[in-house]
Structures are given as structure tokens and as C-alpha cells.
Design a binder for this molecule. Sequence first.
Ligand code: TPP
Ligand code: MG
Length: 262
Amino acid sequence: MSFEDWYRQDRLPHIFCAGCGNGTVINCTLAAVEQMGWKQEETIFVSGIGCSSRASGYILADSLHTTHGRALAFATGVKMANKGLHVVVFTGDGDLAAIGGNHFIHACRRNIDLTVVCMNNQIYGMTGGQGSPTTPLGCLSSTTPYGCAEPPFDLCELAAAAGANYVSRWTSYHVKELEKAVKAGLETPGFSFIEALVQCPTAFGRRNKFKQVADHVEHLRSHSLLKAKRDRMIENGEQIPAGMFVVGELTRRNRPAMGVKP
Ligand SMILES: Cc1ncc(C[n+]2csc(CCOP(=O)(O)OP(=O)(O)O)c2C)c(N)n1
Ligand SMILES: [Mg+2]
């Protein structure tokens, strides 16, 4: 079996715009799931609302496409009702950190045995490009026409501080690293959080001077700072350049978890 067998071919074509980064993240996630050797009938995909949250509907397994911000509440219910199920959550930055922010921190605190993959396009993509809690300072969106004046959340720092057992950040450029990170998340008992920064040419790129999709992907590549390099820079007292974000495995630990099959 290949990861492509996890797709519901009859649901294609998908709704994602040309150049969207979400497909890359879904492919990486399904490749990791496939490597786990999990059966389709024992694996369930849960999502909220948003472009990213449409992912669950394209997968050939049981799935819940729930209400905006509530993916983690539904996923928690699924896991507590049947600890034998492997539960994977697809979400977006708005779904997870704005309307769903409270569910996010408490799912991390409970350290419930889920793997959450967040496609962070730094915008509300589906509704036309409103600013989200991860819109970077100065970036343009339909609700920040003079540049976002609020500092963004660092979703990984938030997950780690709230208690998640596994936290990683990569981008749609880092395909192999992302796949490995999702696999590590699937293998780790407790709450696993993988943030994937993605390009959104329609709602983010065209407003923020990324004329071509490749320009945005190149920006994701060139502004990634490997965690090991960041740690060395801090040790040497070097300044982290503005606009860089840390990628890599940020947290892996073994706090007591909920929902793990005994
Ligand atoms: C209760 C509720 N409030 C608002 C909306 C409208 N809405 C739909 S998707 C969305 C934002 C999605 O943003 P994100 O989670 O980042 O997903 P993206 O489309 O960017 O992948 C909003 C506000 C809704 N569907 N339900
Ligand atoms: Mg978004």
C-alpha cells in the first residue's frame, strides 16, 4: 500500500487553490501514517473549519469535519471513548489559535494522546484573508490593511509551555523533515503538535509581495533557522535576525498522558 491509497479519489478534484501548500502537508502526514502500518479502520482524522480543515474529507478513513475551533474537543471525545483509535487532527492557525485557542492549551495541558498537524498560512484563508493570531508583524491582510500591529503567537512555544509531549515546526519547503516530524509525533504517546508553515498565494502571498508561489516557498526556506543553530547563536550571544523562525524538533518528553491505550 502507498500513501496515495489513503486518499478518497472520488472526492477529487480538491478545493485548494493552485500553489496552495496544504497538499504538501497532507501528503507528508499520510506518508507518515502509512509508515506506521496503521489500519484504515483504526485511524480517524478530525478537523475544524477552514481550507486546511478540509483535509479530513479527502482521506479514506473515518473522519470528522467539525465546527470552527472545535476539532480538539471532538478529537478528545473520540480518543477518550476508544483509546484503541489513532487520532490525527488537521487544523489551521485560525481554527487552532483564535476560536480554538482554549481547546488547544487545555488539550496540551491534558497531554491527550493525539497528533495535531497545523497548516499555518498565517491568515484566515477560507474567508478571504483576515488576520489571524499568527499573522506576522507588519504583514498585510484584509483586517490589517496598514500592516499587522499585534505580535503573533508562537504556536510551538505555546504548545510546549502548555504541556505537549512532542512539538516540531517545519514548512512546506521541508518535505522530508516534515514527514519525519509527523511520524515522530505519531509514535510519541501524549499530545504531539506539528506546525507546518505553508504558502497561501491567494489570501496571503498576493497581498504581501510574493508574486510567485516559489517566492513564498523560498522565503520559508531562507527564513528558517535550525534549532541547533539557534541554540549555538544564543550560546555565543549572537542576535537572532528579525523575521527568522526556528525549525526542527523543539520538544520531546514523557509527561504523563491521557488517552493512551494501557
Ligand atoms: C463559529 C464560526 N465562526 C466563523 C466562521 C467563519 N470561518 C470559516 S473558516 C475561518 C477561518 C479559517 O482560518 P484557518 O483556520 O487559519 O484556516 P485556513 O482557511 O487559513 O486554512 C472562519 C473565521 C465559522 N465557519 N464558524
Ligand atoms: Mg490559516
